[in-house]
Design a binder for this molecule. Sequence first.
Ligand code: SDX
Length: 433
Amino acid sequence: MSDAKTAGTATLTVDGQTVELPILEGTEGPKVIDVRKLYSQTGMFTYDPSYTSTASCDSALTYIDGEVGILRHGGYTIEQLAGESSFLEVCYLLLHRELPDAATLQDFEHTITYHSMIHEQMRNLYSGFRRDAHPMAVMIGVVGAMSAFYHDSTDINDPQQRLIASHRLIAKMPTIAAWAYKYSVGQPFLYPRNDLSYSENFLRMTFGVPAEEYVPSPAIVDAMDKIFILHADHEQNASTSTVRLAGSSGANPFACIAAGIATLWGPAHGGANQAVLEMLDQIGHKDNIPEFLERAKDKDDPFRLMGFGHRVYKNYDPRAGVLKKSADAVLEELGVDDDPLLELAMELEKIALEDPYFVDRKLFPNVDFYSGIILKAIGFPTSMFTVLFALARTAGWIAQWKEMIEDPDQRIGRPRQLYLGSTERNYVSPDKR
Ligand code: SDX
């Protein structure tokens, strides 16, 4: 893409050699030092194992300012999108970088609706799993297998196939996810219905049964759609970076998304929403909060305050703020007036944000802190929380993948290393070791 502007140069002097490195500037956010020629000029690599100071690409999809707590897609704040848009409209925005007009949105919704069924033989994939398999394992398997069923949209060099694959993934994730849940509880699968909206369709396939009609309340449908919007995309996080790296080799989009699901599963990433509920259950009562905060600070104790902290946000995650507000509304709608979990979470947040350890390290609640409380209230088991994150993030993953593939400068990603192993030595037979 490289619409970046050159904004001067950085001078690096190393081993008596001085190199000038271009500084590039985007439309907003930190400038970058272009080190692409550093190795050829100095024989040295940069070193940034967890990419704390590394821009892996340029992108026009999502902007985050972690110091202030800003998240925007295509220039629109997450607060406005969550308040006024729909998940499918945000999907369109991520895929095409502009909000659609009414006719285009209607056409996009129709396209997604009419791709929501999955190949009938994919049903058989589920029965290969144990009923108690974690649904994320099922998601990785079934989504990865999509390339075997939708081979006609795997040619990454064909723009039409790239778009169809994007539509298929966004459209079919709710069906695949709902069926993963149904399989885990031994209930029959429900097919999507074309007269329902995206989130209503998903809720019906998840909680409906053939024996009777299931109509979720508009407030729950709205909350579900808002949760999907809040999880749609988030710059170059671990799972998105996985999708980009997998895609850079030319792997088909279904395999790349399956790789993203695998990365999201980790408790340090998307798996945190499940871990937050397990943590709140472990804490049990607000009287136990001080003990657990001490454990979270203890470097010898693996316990971490799940749902707190973020590599980029050193302020309140704007998504957590939206979720905290809608938690009250959803619980009220469900007649859950005083959910002890929500009360415990809010008390935990209050005490943590008064504790110097968390304040000094700028550890605020992130997107995962409140999402699980709403999802549990709606009726999802904790094992489905990260599946819902993956369902929504598929929009961001595939938009980032498409943006990368369409970048004429795109090459395979191939990082190097700082080698710390043995230098050359001769082989010695086992009897002489
Ligand atoms: C997501 O990247 C994204 O955008 C991700 C995401 C997205 O939308 O894609 O936003 C989604 O993954 C949100 C994060 C969900 N994960 C959790 O809630 C798990 C708990 N959080 C931590 O594991 C941690 O905060 C991370 C993984 C989120 C961030 O880790 P970093 O940036 O590597 O920070 P760090 O581990 O270097 O922590 C800095 C300091 C350390 O203490 P010191 O060594 O300086 O004394 O803060 C401490 C850490 O020990 N710390 C915590 C803590 N998080 C950081 N201490 C207690 N509890 C925590 N949760």
